[in-house]
Design a protein around this ligand. Structure first.
Ligand code: ADE
Length: 236
């Protein structure tokens, strides 16, 4: 279970049995056993910090050092798609790096060596996350499933958010939300052949009030969503 910020996992590791904490590669990892109703999972929880490189190194450590065989990302994102509002949940079907540009050598957003811009999440894990998200928000219209874009940039003006969305849409990439880690974890997991899924609660509208909305949401709400959705996911 990977998140960027401590608030995105607050209270979660305390519920694990036989908890062991390790510091590795400048990051904090917790190993323990999660017990649900008739189900058990061995978990490793980790905090990457913010940004694509931090997320990729932490994902690689989860796999190489801790033997993770699946990775789930839980955290918050800025909503940019139509009808994606603060308090909604977005489960990623695919990921794209919106700040990736090797043109004119390769088409805009395409990852050289991969032959495409978008990397898919694991369908089974994503379906379980989506079902758990629907239960959490109580309204199926507020649990979205679609493309999420990552970049090393906090999108904090309506102008930047609209420009990003329109540029991607014109190329056939209808993006629902933006954040700063998921696509890097998707690429790492793709390279290692490790199934990956991600859920993001919408903390802000990636607009002019994004910084304030983000700070308040992360402080007050994010961990509650994460705990409920992870519980529903692991139970499934
Ligand atoms: N994570 C949460 N809100 C975000 C935003 N507006 N831009 C980038 N990452 C985010």
């Amino acid at each position: 279970i990977l998140s960027a910020l401590p608030e995105e996992q607050a209270g979660w590791v305390e519920g694990l049995h036989g908890l062991r904490a390790t510091r590795h590669a400048g990051r904090q990892f917790w190993q323990g056993r999660w017990q649900g109703q008739g189900v058990e999972h061995e978990l490793v929880c980790a905090l990457s910090g913010i940004g694509k490189v931090a997320a990729a190194t932490t994902a690689a450590a989860l796999i190489e050092r801790f033997g993770a065989t699946r990775i789930v990302f839980t955290g918050v994102a800025g909503g940019v798609g139509p009808g994606v509002r603060v308090g909604d949940v977005v489960v990623a079907s695919e990921y794209l790096q919106h700040d990736f540009d090797a043109s004119p050598l390769f088409p805009r957003w395409e990852l050289p060596g991969y032959g495409r811009a978008r990397l898919a999440c694991n369908p089974g894990m994503s379906a379980a996350l989506h079902a758990a998200s629907r239960d959490c928000v109580g309204n199926p219209l507020r649990a979205h499933h679609g493309l999420v874009a990552s970049g090393d940039q906090f999108v904090g003006t309506a102008q930047a958010s609209q420009a990003l969305r329109h540029r991607l849409e014109a190329a056939g990439h209808a993006v629902l939300a933006v954040e700063m880690e998921g696509a890097a974890v998707a690429q790492t997991c793709h390279d290692y052949g490790v199934p990956f899924a991600a859920m993001r609660t919408i903390s802000d509208g990636a607009d002019d009030s994004a910084a304030v909305d983000f700070t308040e949401f992360v402080r007050d709400v994010a961990s509650r969503y994460a705990q409920q959705i992870l519980t529903g996911f692991l139970q499934r």
